[in-house]
Ligand binder design. Structure first.
Ligand SMILES: [Mn+2]
Length: 345
């Protein structure tokens, strides 16, 4: 296991120098953020990112994410040119030494929360979600009321997108994902890159949009779309544990045994209702994820890939990007390394 940490580039108020001082963290998870979705990442942007990370004494091992253009997910006529651009980006990050590309295949919104600063009893704040709160959000004027997406779409753009999606069933979305993977998996394999899909977050339909990467059966189906070792998973414990139908340690055992977990997101959540949860501190005691069982399964199956603390609370007065402060994620990185040492023979 290699402990890694997400960095949002030069504008991130958590600096590479900060990250360098977290014991055991040597791998950075980042992306090129200044290229429009759908364009190929220029070599110069990729090498600039790699140089920044290397100059800080760290290495860029995971790209999270190369975003998948909406045309590919919708299966539109122009998708091939976006797939070609995606392939170019995969080749370029592979040539730059990146070993894993994380991506997701969620329509319109690639994650959703209903509160980005929910106060926990200890005075920290965290991200939360509930279907009830989501149902009260009015999208008729665009995404203005939507936490984290307030400037994403105006009313006209959002309505156009949502109406395009009304014609797309879950089965059609599976077909579009298969079409994408049939073309990208061979490219990734020859570029030395592993593909790691992130599950839908939360793992159920929102706003009537199809969502397909939600449980063990869907992960099996994903792997069978193109049955190749590079076609694998970002296993996000928090996303999967948001649904009480998912036995997270059993899933980790199954997919680690198959060697198809390429990247681990370790996040803990506490379910607060049927379709509601708070993100909580990483240790098992604070939520519904048995983190010890997860890491034990990984260790027993010889997991050597990257892992990162996925999200953190805001603690000690820190402000910044919700879920991506320094302090609680650093605590998470230390907890996970201690647990790893404990479960490893
Ligand atoms: Mn995650």
């Amino acid at each position: 296991m290699r402990m890694s940490f997400r960095w949002y580039g030069p504008d991130d108020r958590v600096t590479l120098a900060n990250i360098r001082q977290i014991p055991g963290v040597r791998d950075i998870v980042s992306a090129v953020y200044d290229v429009p979705v759908g364009d190929a990442w220029p070599e110069a942007n990729v090498s600039r990112l790699v140089d920044l990370v290397n100059d800080a004494g760290l290495s860029l091992s995971v790209v999270e994410s190369i975003p998948v253009h909406e045309s590919i997910k919708l299966g539109l006529a122009d998708r091939d040119r976006y797939i070609d651009a995606y392939a170019q980006s995969v080749e370029r990050v592979g040539a730059a030494g990146v070993s894993v590309v994380c991506y997701n295949f969620m329509p319109v919104f690639d994650w959703m929360r209903t509160d980005l600063a929910f106060p926990l009893p200890d005075g920290s704040s965290t991200l939360t979600f509930s279907d009830d709160a989501l149902a009260r959000i009015d999208l008729s004027r665009g995404t203005g009321e939507l936490p984290g997406w307030s400037t994403a779409y105006d009313a006209v753009t959002l309505e156009r997108l949502l109406s395009q999606w009304r014609a797309v069933t879950s089965e059609a979305l599976w077909e579009h994902l298969g079409y994408f993977l049939e073309r990208i998996v061979p490219v990734a394999a020859s570029a030395g890159v592993k593909l790691a899909i992130h599950p839908d977050d939360p793992p159920w339909s929102i706003f009537g949009l199809p969502r397909i990467i939600t449980n063990a059966a869907s992960l099996r189906r994903l792997l069978s779309l193109v049955d190749h070792p590079v076609n694998g998973l970002t296993f996000c414990t928090g996303s999967m544990a948001s649904s009480d139908e998912n036995d997270v340690p059993a899933m980790v055992r199954e997919f680690a045994e198959r060697g198809r977990i390429h990247f681990m997101h370790c996040r803990n959540v506490k379910r607060t209702g049927a379709r509601a949860f708070n993100e909580v501190a990483h240790p098992s005691a604070f939520g519904d994820v048995d983190m010890r069982a997860v890491l034990l399964a990984l260790s027993q199956h010889g997991y050597t890939g990257p892992m990162r603390p996925d999200h953190g609370r805001m603690i000690w007065g820190e402000t910044g990007r919700a879920g991506y402060g320094l302090h609680d994620r650093a605590l998470g990185a230390m907890y996970l390394q201690g647990l790893w040492e404990g479960v490893s023979a």
